[in-house]
Design a protein around this ligand. Structure first.
Ligand code: ADP
Length: 169
């Protein structure tokens, strides 16, 4: 396994599959979702329409169209609403279901954005711990966390360091 944490734009990533922090309509939105739809081109929206949405914490796959990535795995993260509404479990489920889809389709390398920590306001330090802990349950996959800013990257690096100290089991 390799697990990398980088700063960058996930639409430029050459992993076999990239993950989209989508919304439940799967019809595009702001943030990374908008960027992925713009970069992939309008055919992506056509395929997404045929999926009839996706529940929070679940994941659905499409082709990557104009992206370098062959596939896009769309997962709607939870909106942070104080933490007492199952937000942590739903975020874990996002990572788990994306990684399971990759395994099922024989995809060996996958890149994630920081799901839910933008418009959906999930606290990034806590989100990073959930992400890192879940990703390490899939030791056969090459996983890259593509962070859009340094603050986010630091959160994932700190979570990875905590995992390596045995603090996140
Ligand atoms: P959510 O609605 O799940 O919170 P957002 O897209 O608002 O999704 O934010 C999730 C994370 O993705 C944030 O850290 C945001 O800065 C980041 N982001 C936005 N655009 C990109 C991009 N092109 N590549 C990687 N990350 C991005």
């Amino acid at each position: 396994m390799s697990f990398k944490i980088i700063t960058g734009d996930i639409t430029k990533c050459d992993a076999t599959a990239i993950v989209n922090a989508a919304n439940t309509s799967l019809l595009g939105g702001g943030g990374v979702d908008g960027a992925i739809h713009r970069a992939a081109g309008p055919e992506l929206l056509g395929e997404c329409r045929m999926l009839h949405g996706c529940k929070t914490g679940q994941a659905k796959m499409t082709k990557g169209y104009n992206l370098k990535a062959k596939y896009i795995i769309h997962t709607p993260g939870p909106v942070w609403n104080g933490g007492e509404h199952g937000e942590r479990e739903m975020l874990e489920s996002c990572y788990k279901n994306c990684l399971e889809l990759a395994v099922k389709h024989d995809i060996h390398d996958i890149a994630f954005p920081s799901i839910s920590t933008g418009i959906y306001r999930f606290p990034v330090d806590e989100a990073a711990k959930i992400a890192v802990r879940t990703i390490h349950r899939y030791p056969k996959l090459d996983v890259t966390m593509v962070c859009f800013d340094e603050r986010t990257r630091k959160a994932y690096e700190d979570a990875e360091a905590a995992f390596n100290r045995g603090e996140l089991q």
